[in-house]
Design a protein around this ligand. Structure first.
Ligand code: LLP
Length: 428
């Protein structure tokens, strides 16, 4: 459920705010997030895990706007980060470092040091070399490193290949047999403190079975470690819960929460999860405007002022995302169109063969389900400024990031000194 609905006059609203009025005030393209939806999704997840001691570590990469992080922190959320940049964001938004886990396949020494100095909950370590670097940095700065190993349970998450991470052949995590050896090493190190175990098998997972299978495999390892006297406080099951983009019917968080609780609560293990998409995905839309339409051969194109640099998911993953007009147009005939951006690439499309009411210049559209991996993956390709971001709350709204100015794009670039330029002889 989300809070983007049409009113009786057929105008799409974000909570109590008309998106027509918002487009007029802020311009387009603009990402619009709902405060109520974000809060609701966090609470649903929290309640779903009620059967076991747990900590939700929202995955910052999904949507890292400070206002989003601030809202989630105020609800009690922890954070899953993958860079020192994300750590700085969490701290700037008032997040509690003691509720932060640091994931990622390759952390630099300065990132490990910054995380230890901030006092994070743990580093999710993904390889033997990373474990060694954690111990070295911990010794150098005189702070023991709390660690958890990300293990690769070799489970097929049955999702898009680019976002599937739990197979033996993927670059993520350490294989099971190696994990045991690394835990023994960590146990023997005076600079490392083992706090947990971690896995993340992929994203946009709609069936609970692969997640439960992964947990069962992880618990085999927990038992082996326990028998050797290596005690763990938590099991981190990562993120990955899928959402409805079109007609997917993801398992409700409660079903997964219950399956996790049944296996963890009796062992006295705390559960950590790292949800991103399920919290933010359907809490946001990308508001955009039609620049014009044209017909080439047998195809009709609707060209919008948003493009692949603003939301790359359709181009990168062939992701299907709903596109709806902001105003109902019951009087207009349906047309089958391609919705595309203005960028100089055929890969710059939002939808192929989509049935929409006939559109004309200046019509407003929204692309739904863009609250996660929308702005956070946006770029300045083609020297396009990234969109504004707005949070709606009840009848009011706040610009939580103004639209970039073109001057921002090259403000840090430098021209060569004149002396370095070749002298052009115009006489020859
Ligand atoms: N934890 C780890 C270690 C992760 O790598 C990820 C996502 C998450 C948690 C959060 O997963 P979620 O709950 O959002 O599924 N850009 C892609 C998704 C990439 C996911 C990367 N890792 C997309 O737009 O579909």
């Amino acid at each position: 459920m989300n809070h983007f609905e049409y009113d009786a006059a057929g105008v799409l609203h974000g909570e109590g705010v008309s998106l027509v009025a918002l487009a007029q005030a802020v311009g387009t393209p603009t990402y619009v997030y709902s405060h109520a939806t974000l809060s609701r999704h966090y609470r649903v997840m929290d309640e779903a895990l009620g059967g076991v001691d747990h900590l939700i570590c929202y995955s910052v990469k999904a949507n890292s706007n400070l206002a989003v992080l601030q809202l989630l922190a105020s609800l009690g959320s922890g954070f899953d980060i993958v860079s020192v940049g994300e750590l700085r964001r969490v701290l700037a938004a008032g997040g509690d470092p003691a509720k932060v886990v640091f994931s990622g396949v390759g952390k630099r020494d300065d990132e490990i040091a910054a995380a230890l100095r901030a006092g994070i909950h743990c580093l999710n370590v993904e390889s033997a070399w990373e474990l060694a670097r954690c111990a070295i940095v911990a010794e150098q700065i005189g702070l023991p490193a709390p660690i958890s190993l990300r293990v690769n349970p070799d489970v097929d998450a049955k999702t898009h290949a680019y976002i599937s991470t739990g197979l033996r052949s993927s670059k993520f995590g350490v294989p099971f047999d190696e994990a045991l050896r690394l835990y023994r090493q960590a146990h023997a190190s005076p600079h490392l403190r083992i706090v947990g175990i971690d896995c993340h098998i992929g994203s946009q997972i709609v069936e609970p079975a692969p997640l439960v299978e992964a947990l069962e495999r992880v618990l085999e390892l927990v038992d082996t470690l326990q028998a050797e006297g290596v005690h763990l406080d938590h099991v981190d099951m990562g993120g990955g819960l899928g959402i409805t983009y079109k007609d997917e019917r993801p398992a409700p968080p409660r079903a997964i929460g219950e399956a996790y609780a049944a296996r963890l609560a009796p062992r006295g293990l705390r559960l950590l999860v790292e949800p991103g998409r399920v919290i933010a995905g359907n809490a946001g839309v990308l508001l955009m405007r039609v620049l014009g339409t044209k017909t080439n051969g047998d195809r009709t194109f609707v060209i919008t002022d948003a493009a692949m640099n603003d939301n790359i998911r359709p181009s990168l993953y062939k992701a299907w995302q709903d596109i709806s007009p902001v105003n109902h147009h019951p009087d207009r005939p349906d047309e089958v169109v391609d919705v595309v951006g203005p960028i100089c690439e055929s890969g710059d499309f939002f939808a192929h063969d989509r049935t929409l009411p006939a559109l004309v210049r200046d019509d407003l559209l929204v692309m739904r389900s863009t609250g996660a991996y929308g702005y956070s993956m946006a770029s300045n390709y083609n020297s396009r400024t990234r969109p504004a971001e707005v949070m709606v709350h009840g009848d009011s709204w706040t610009v939580i990031r103004p639209r970039e100015d073109v001057a921002d794009l090259f403000a840090t670039e430098r021209l060569l000194p004149i002396a370095r330029l070749p002298v052009v002889d115009s006489s020859s």
